[in-house]
Write a protein that binds this ligand. Structure first.
Ligand SMILES: [Zn+2]
Length: 297
């Protein structure tokens, strides 16, 4: 179902609420993701949860009359641009994920067909190509995070991975913390605008090692700081993260309420009954969740 422009600065998903103003397109698409992923028409309430974890930007390059959005792992959004090509937008980092990346399954094949310049290296010919590339991005990101967590605290490679976990805005904020000597080093012609001194990168890496860990369940492997914060929020509130990583479905909410009530009621009885109760519930609910990882939106 497409997001339509229905007036100056106004957007609507299907026949849902019309959003107007600076943030309208993002809100309309968010509502679309929530509705299509959950079947929940009142998704608007869930979008407006009092967290800022949904404050992502959407690029203007996406076609306003997109036929479809596909959400992968809760942070990689696939859709078409105005030329009809498929693109992959990283919601958490605010960047395109192009095939100009040596580990992309299309790095070699696309170079034979297209120039290695923007916007070409952000564009995929088919949805299948974009999906295959996106799966590789998601998998590699998680592998890197595990490597970083298990690695040496002072490793510079580790601090590179840590840097990849934060948004552009946070990166700029980090650059503001450079001292006068580092500022001078940053002006060296061989250094790019994005250069961040080793000291600050290591500092960030050590900070993130603490910040990423879920205070409720202890999980530490997330594709980004924002993804970690979303998990922390849901884990504290419901004891579990939504299966689409963004919104609780009505069925999930019902299930968690049921398990919670059951837990309280049975806390004096044998735990085996409680565990089998959860297993039964999960078994029943599983088919509904299976396809929600890369749902068509
Ligand atoms: Zn947790």
């Amino acid at each position: 179902m497409p997001v339509r422009k229905v007036g100056k600065n106004c957007y609507q998903w299907g026949n849902q609420k019309v959003y107007c103003g600076t943030d309208a397109k993002r809100k309309a698409i968010l509502q679309g993701i929530a509705i299509e992923n959950t079947g929940w028409k009142e998704a608007e309430n869930e979008i407006d949860v009092k967290t800022n974890h949904y404050s992502f930007v959407l690029p203007a390059e996406f076609d306003e009359n997109n036929e479809a959005f596909y959400l992968v792992s809760g942070y990689l959004l696939i859709s078409t641009d105005k030329e009809g090509k498929w693109r992959v937008w990283d919601l958490d980092k605010g960047e395109w994920r192009g095939w100009n990346w040596i580990d992309s399954p299309f790095y070699k094949a696309y170079q034979k067909k297209y120039p290695l310049t923007p916007p070409h290296y952000f564009q995929f010919d088919t949805l299948q190509d974009a999906e295959k590339h996106t799966s590789k991005v998601a998998l590699t990101r998680l592998k890197n995070v595990i490597k970083w967590i298990e690695g040496d605290e002072d490793s510079l490679h580790g601090s590179d991975i840590a840097l990849s976990l934060i948004s552009k805005g946070k990166r700029s904020a980090l650059r503001m913390k450079m001292d006068s000597k580092e500022k001078e080093m940053a002006r060296h012609p061989n250094r790019s605008q994005r250069w961040i001194p080793d000291r600050l990168r290591k500092e960030l890496s050590n900070e993130l090692r603490k910040q990423m860990v879920c205070p409720t369940c202890g999980e530490a492997v997330f594709p980004s700081l924002l993804a970690a914060q979303r998990h922390h929020f849901y884990c504290e509130k419901y004891g579990k993260q939504p299966s689409n990583y963004l919104f609780m479905t009505p069925l999930e909410l019902l299930m968690f309420d049921f398990v919670k009530t059951k837990k309280e009621a049975e806390s004096f009885q044998t735990p085996i009954i409680f565990i089998s109760g959860i297993a039964l519930l999960l078994g029943m609910a599983l088919p509904y969740f299976l396809d929600s990882r890369a749902d068509k939106v």
